[in-house]
Design a protein around this ligand. Structure first.
Ligand code: PMP
Ligand code: GLN
Length: 414
C-alpha cells in the first residue's frame, strides 16, 4: 500500500454490516433507509430509462438538467442566484464530493480541523490528500439526573476550536445536522465558528449538510454559507441518497464559490469523470417535482415519528437516549452494560484491534440481543476514542415494524 493508505484497515461498516447479516439481527447500524423511496422519485428513474437517450456519459461537472434543477431549487435557500455551470459540481454521492473537495483544497502537510465525533470518511479523505488532521471534540454537558438528554447538550468549546488553528490550517469540516449526535447547530454557534474562521484567511470550510431536511422539534437548519462573509470560502455538500431515500443511487453535489468549484471540477474530471446519467436525470426530476408535492414536510414528519419511536424503545430498554434534533441517528447510553472480558485497550479508527467497550457492546448487541448499532469511537481519533465508549449509535430510518422488533429485542438488555 501507499504511504497514504498503509494505515487503513477495514472500517466499522465492513465489520458491522456483514455481522448483522450473519446473525440476522435488526440492522440499526449503517444509515440507509430500509423502505422504498417516494413513488414520484422511483417513477422518475423508470421514465428516464423508458424514454432512452440518457445512457451515455454526460457533462463532467454535472448533468445539465440536474445542475439547473439544483440551481433553481437552492438559490432561494442561499439568498443568491447560484450559477448552475460554475457554482455547482455533481458527484458520486456526497462521499465523492467530500473527497474531491478535500483533494482540491488540501496540500500535503496542510492541517484540517475535524470535529469529533465525525463521519469516518472525512479522515480517510484527509489522509489520502496528505493532510494532517487536528481534532476538537464536542463536549457533552454534565448529566442532570431525571432530565432528558438532548443533542443540544453537545457543545463545541470555541476556545479549544480556536486553539486548534495554526497558519497551516487549510480546512475545517463541519457536519450539520450532525452524524452521529443529531445536533443541529444554532445561529450563535455557527456565528462563533465563522468569527474564528475569519481570522484565518487561508482557511476554507466544508459544510456537510446531507441531513438538511431531517430536523425535529422545530429545530431550524441553517446553512453555514449564509453566515456573513462565509459564502466565499464555504463548500456546501448535499446528498440525494439522504434527501430522497436512495442511498444506492449515489448522487451528491457541492455548491460554492466559483474558484473552489472550478478546482473541484478539475479534480472530479480525473476521478469518476462524470456521475451516472440516468440517476442524475431522475434526481433532477425529483427536485423539480418535490416542492409542489409537499415532499420535504412529509419527510420530516415521517422521520420525527420514527425518531420518537426509537427514543422510547431505547428509554424503555435502559439505554438512555440523547434525543437528536436532526439527522437519523440516536446515541444510546450503554454504560450500564457490563460484559465479561471487556477491556480498556485502545482502538484504531483506521486499523484493527477494536476492543473498547462500545465495540464489544455493539458486537454483543448483534450476536446476543439481535440489534446492530455502531460504536461511535470509530468517529474519533485514537487519542480521544475513550471519550465515547459509553454510547452506541442506533439508526431510525427503518420501517415502523422493524423499529418495533428492535424494541422487543432491546428490552432484553434491561
Ligand atoms: N456525510 C455524512 C455526514 C453522512 O452521514 C454520509 C452518509 N453516507 C455521507 C456524507 C455520504 O453520503 P452519500 O451516501 O451521498 O455518499
Ligand atoms: N452515512 C451512513 C452512516 O453513517 C452510511 C455510512 C457509509 O455508507 N459508509 O451510517
Amino acid at each position: 500500500p501507499s504511504q497514504q493508505t498503509s494505515s487503513f484497515g477495514p472500517s466499522v461498516w465492513l465489520e458491522f454490516s456483514p455481522l448483522s447479516v450473519k446473525h440476522k439481527s435488526v440492522n440499526l447500524g449503517q444509515g440507509f433507509p430500509d423502505f422504498e423511496p417516494a413513488d414520484f422519485v422511483r417513477d422518475a428513474l423508470i421514465k428516464t430509462i423508458e424514454k432512452g437517450g440518457l445512457n451515455q456519459y454526460t457533462r463532467s461537472a454535472g448533468h445539465p438538467r440536474l445542475v439547473n434543477a439544483l440551481s433553481k431549487f437552492y438559490s432561494p435557500y442561499f439568498n443568491r442566484d447560484i450559477d448552475p455551470m460554475t457554482e455547482i459540481v455533481t458527484s458520486v454521492g456526497a462521499s465523492e464530493a467530500l473527497f474531491c473537495t478535500i483533494q482540491s483544497v488540501v496540500n500535503p502537510g496542510d492541517e484540517v480541523i475535524l470535529i469529533e465525533p465525525f463521519f469516518d470518511i472525512y479522515l480517510g479523505a484527509v489522509l489520502m490528500a496528505g493532510g494532517v488532521p487536528k481534532y476538537v471534540s464536542l463536549k457533552e454537558e454534565p448529566r442532570v439526573e431525571g432530565k432528558k438528554r438532548t443533542a443540544d447538550g453537545w457543545k463545541l468549546d470555541i476556545n479549544e476550536f480556536e486553539q486548534a488553528f495554526s497558519d497551516k490550517t487549510k480546512l475545517v469540516i463541519l457536519n450539520n445536522p450532525h452524524n452521529p449526535v443529531g445536533k443541529v447547530f444554532k445561529l450563535d454557534e455557527l456565528t462563533e465558528i465563522a468569527e474564528v474562521v475569519k481570522k484565518h484567511p487561508q482557511t476554507c470550510v466544508i459544510s456537510d449538510e446531507v441531513y438538511e431536511w431531517m430536523t425535529y422539534d422545530n429545530a431550524e437548519h441553517l446553512r453555514f454559507a449564509n453566515i456573513p462573509g462565509m459564502w466565499e470560502r464555504t463548500i456546501t455538500i448535499g446528498s440525494a441518497g439522504k434527501t430522497f431515500s436512495i442511498t444506492g443511487w449515489k448522487v451528491g453535489w457541492c455548491i460554492g464559490p466559483k474558484p473552489i468549484i472550478h478546482s473541484i471540477a478539475m479534480a472530479h474530471q480525473y476521478i469518476p469523470f462524470s456521475v451516472p446519467t440516468p440517476t442524475q436525470e431522475a434526481v433532477a426530476i425529483a427536485f423539480e417535482e418535490a416542492p409542489a408535492r409537499g415532499y420535504f414536510d412529509q419527510l420530516k414528519k415521517m422521520y420525527q415519528a420514527k425518531r420518537d419511536q426509537l427514543v422510547s424503545a431505547l428509554a424503555d430498554s435502559g439505554l438512555d437516549p440523547v434525543i437528536p434534533q436532526g439527522a437519523y441517528f440516536i446515541m444510546g447510553d450503554i454504560s450500564k452494560i457490563k460484559l465479561f472480558g471487556d477491556q480498556g485497550q485502545n482502538t484504531s479508527i483506521t486499523g484493527m484491534g477494536k476492543h473498547l467497550h462500545d465495540w464489544n457492546v455493539c458486537r454483543w448487541l448483534t450476536t446476543d440481543i439481535g440489534v446492530t448499532a455502531i460504536p461511535p469511537s470509530s468517529f474519533y481519533s485514537d487519542e480521544h476514542a475513550p471519550l465515547s465508549t459509553n454510547y452506541a449509535r442506533f439508526c431510525f430510518c427503518k420501517k415502523e415494524e422493524v423499529l418495533e422488533t428492535a424494541r422487543q429485542n432491546l428490552l432484553k438488555v434491561k
